[in-house]
Design a protein around this ligand. Structure first.
Ligand code: ZN
Length: 239
């Protein structure tokens, strides 16, 4: 959650998302720079928004930090399966902000990604607003015309295809994790937990899988790869 917030939570959110003015340190290559790696695995840092004492948005029975983590964990598994699958897709190394309900500060999120260093930073969130009418998908980068913006655009497209929500468009924002990450970064808000329609779809069986695949396909397309759903590892039933 972030852009549209109940006023009573504004102060908390300002702290949570680091909206206070700060010098921009996010210096990434322009979109025209080559997206092709050296042939080595691309390092993808997955940031499951919120966690621990910070639940994020809550609406229609969904707690944002929980849904963010479910999608992030499944995305990690898909990226690792893609690496193991020689029939297509890409080769990835994955690290995560958190793999459970841990409390992680914003600065720790970007510091870990910067120190790795990650090639891309993907932050997974879900939205909320005071009015239940607000709905749809929006994805953010720090600036336009950057590799982060390209990643943002591909993620937005894939999320729209996967969920069929209202297209609120790709946007820029001075969010802490987008500003302080030194690599191209994007932050997704697939839908509004405060909207009954979005929430029902996000809670439906298969939603987490659809959301994770959308992120996978968006990352693949950002790197010029055809969207590829990896075959899962060998089943024990095959032996
Ligand atoms: Zn959030």
């Amino acid at each position: 959650m972030f852009p549209l917030l109940p006023l009573r939570r504004a102060a908390t959110l300002t702290a949570t998302l680091g909206l206070a003015a700060a010098a921009a340190v996010h210096l990434e290559p322009p979109a025209s720079a080559s997206l092709q790696g050296s042939g080595n695995a691309r390092r993808i840092f997955i940031d499951a928004g919120h966690g621990g004492i910070d639940p994020g948005a809550i609406g229609n029975g969904i707690v944002e930090k929980e849904l963010n983590l479910e999608v992030a964990l499944r995305l990690r598994d898909l990226l690792e399966a893609d690496t193991a699958d020689p029939s297509g897709g890409g080769e990835w190394e994955v690290r995560m902000t958190r793999t459970d309900d841990a409390t992680v500060s914003l600065s720790n999120r970007t510091t870990e990604a910067n120190n790795w260093p990650a090639d891309r930073f993907v932050s997974i969130h879900h939205n909320a607003f005071t009015s239940s009418i607000a709905s749809g998908t929006e994805t953010f980068s720090f600036a336009n015309g950057t590799q982060g913006a390209d990643l943002r655009d591909r993620l937005q497209e894939e999320l729209l295809t996967a969920m069929g929500f209202v297209d609120r468009g790709p946007k820029t924002a001075n969010f802490f994790v987008l500003r302080e990450s030194l690599m191209p970064a994007a932050l997704t808000e697939a839908g509004f937990l405060s909207n009954p329609g979005d929430a029902a779809a996000l809670a439906a069986p298969g939603a987490v899988e659809a959301l994770a695949r959308a992120h996978l396909f968006g990352i693949q397309r950002h790197y010029g790869l055809a969207p590829h759903l990896p075959v899962s590892g060998p089943s024990t039933y095959c032996f």
